[in-house]
Write a protein that binds this ligand. Structure first.
Ligand SMILES: C[S@@+](CC[C@H](N)C(=O)[O-])C[C@H]1O[C@@H](n2cnc3c(N)ncnc32)[C@H](O)[C@@H]1O
Length: 283
């Protein structure tokens, strides 16, 4: 795919966030500082997908922020933050909207945490903190109202969803990276569930079933815990095939009907989703 030029990126930003003022010099300087563009202002080929993933993902996070009263402190926990492209971009958009929030990034990799601090300093963003920890063990000092995870690896997405539920976050927004755990399990389960056999005979069918099953189980797990969940493609497939988003908002204490549906689906496919290791109420 041909790399987008600066004018195209600016047009995207204006279409996704029409109410914000966008200036070409400002965004080129921003993307250079966070390491998505090279010194001559072109996106690095390896990070171009990330640029678009972040723009589209951020639009959902910004919508969550706008649903939280300005009188409340807004805290965003980004799980598996990596180089923190997402929170830096969300911060850029929210500064334009004169909205201050606190960002907490968590990642197991210390060098990425150090890099995120350096970038935050270079941008002058003082409202951000980054911690080296696994997602599930992380204990934030402030309660997050929004927990998000953009392509946290495999079951790290389960950790993010479960931690969001445990921390009683009002919003949980996740775009999973891959569904390897369940794909592996349905391979084994097909020995005992004859109806599964045709699905696992071809690699592509097995992966599609694994993706659909993983994300449907995650959606039902969230619903069981009282969240209303939308599941949809958040970014055009030409930018990334990893484009499923689960966007959840807490609405009620529990939903027994969704719990029954979760357990029935899990048992039919004879799988043990990682998420229930962290949420015993699903067992
Ligand atoms: C594919 S990267 C995505 C990074 C970032 N969210 C982005 O979109 O650019 C996944 C990140 O999750 C981190 N990670 C994986 N498992 C984790 C876990 N259990 N707890 C915390 N971080 C984890 C990895 O170190 C990596 O930085």
């Amino acid at each position: 795919m041909q790399l987008p030029d600066q004018a195209e990126i600016l047009a995207y930003l204006r279409s996704v966030f029409p109410e914000a003022e966008w200036n070409l010099d400002e965004i080129v300087s921003f993307y250079k500082t966070i390491g998505i563009m090279n010194p001559s202002g072109r996106p690095y080929a390896a990070r171009e997908k990330k640029l678009f993933e972040v723009i589209f993902f951020a639009s959902h996070v910004v919508r969550c922020v706008e649903n939280i009263s300005r009188t409340r402190e807004t805290v965003l926990l980004d799980c598996g933050c990596g180089r923190s492209y997402l929170p830096f971009f969300v911060n850029l958009v929210l500064r334009k909207k004169r909205r201050n929030i606190t960002y907490i990034g968590v990642d197991t990799e210390l060098d990425l945490i150090k890099k995120s601090y350096q970038t935050a300093e270079a941008l002058g963003y003082m409202n951000m903190e980054f911690h080296q920890s696994s997602i599930i063990d992380f204990k934030p000092e402030k309660e997050p109202n929004i927990v998000c995870a953009l392509h946290a690896c495999d079951t790290a997405t389960d950790e993010a969803i479960a931690r969001g539920i445990q921390l009683k976050a009002r919003f949980i927004v996740a775009a999973p990276c891959c569904q390897r755990q369940i794909v592996r399990q349905i391979g084994k389960a097909s020995a005992e569930v004859p109806e599964l056999k045709p699905f696992v005979e071809t690699k592509i069918a097995k992966e599609y079933v694994g993706v659909a099953l993983t994300e449907t189980l995650r959606k039902l797990a969230l619903e069981s815990c009282g969240y209303k969940v939308d599941m949809f493609e958040f970014v055009p497939t030409r930018y990334t095939p990893k484009n499923i988003m689960l966007r959840a908002e807490k609405k009620q204490a529990h939903n027994p009907e969704s719990l029954r549906a979760y357990q029935a689906l899990r048992d039919y496919f004879n799988v043990k989703p990682k998420i229930q290791d962290f949420l015993p109420e699903l067992l």
